[in-house]
Write a protein that binds this ligand. Structure first.
Ligand code: CA
Length: 229
């Protein structure tokens, strides 16, 4: 059972989704506008948010940004169009997953279970700390330090660093990163990975030309190495 906030302006969809999720034992709170939904998240601290992108008052993507500024709650975006660019954009903006309308109750339920599992894994343990050379990454507190200095990373940069550090010494393909971090099992958007890698590199104080931790393996992927080893 999960406490779910459903933000959807279409009354027909809102009632149908709320009904099927309630029938499956979830506690559903629904909101018909972005601002009402945000307020609900702040007041009720749900386990999962299902967010429609086309809302009457504030664009769903803006709602997502505001939400992310105050909460780490898993968000599943419901989009009307199967548009790769829009989906990549919302995942980059901090959505955990997406469903394309019309979606089935089974499909939505599976996505809800998956984001809850990932969320629990992320925050559930304190002994999952990964250290490689001077890097220390703590998935429990979501903090990363380099030689004792805290790194100011976005959520995706943190996940990318954690994933690469957990696989230190092994090449991870961009396709694999897209699948694991952006939940994009198909290719076609490797720029997403490249852009985040270059931001991460800058924050680690290194460049592609003079790598320290992050080594690009041309045509294959990227690996994180221990430069002190
Ligand atoms: Ca809508």
């Amino acid at each position: 059972m999960a406490v779910i906030t459903l933000i959807e302006d279409d009354a027909g969809i809102r009632e149908a989704v709320a009904r099927v999720l309630t029938e499956r034992g979830h506690a559903v709170r629904s909101a018909s506008s972005g601002m009402a939904g945000l307020q609900d998240v702040l007041d009720d601290r749900p386990d999962v948010v299902i967010l429609d992108l086309g809302l009457p008052d504030v664009d769903g993507r803006e709602v997502l940004k505001m939400l992310r500024a105050v909460s780490d709650v898993p968000v599943i975006v419901a989009t009307a169009r199967d548009d790769d660019a829009e989906i990549v954009g919302t995942l980059d903006a901090g959505a955990d997953d997406y469903v394309v309308k019309p979606f089935s109750a089974d499909h939505l339920e599976a996505r809800i279970r998956a984001v809850l599992r990932r969320h629990e894994r992320r925050g559930g343990s304190t002994d999952g700390v990964v250290t490689v050379g001077g890097l220390r990454i703590d998935p429990g507190t979501h903090e990363a330090t380099l030689d004792g200095t805290p790194l100011d990373l976005t959520r995706k940069e943190f996940e990318l660093l954690l994933h690469l550090a957990a696989n230190a010494g092994h090449v991870v393909s961009k396709r694999q990163l897209l699948a694991d971090i952006w939940q994009q099992p198909y290719g076609g958007a490797d720029k997403t990975v490249d852009v985040h890698l270059s931001w991460l590199r800058r924050k680690l104080g290194e460049t592609a030309a003079e790598p320290v931790y992050l080594r690009t393996v041309r045509g294959v992927g990227v690996k994180l190495v221990d430069p002190t080893a």
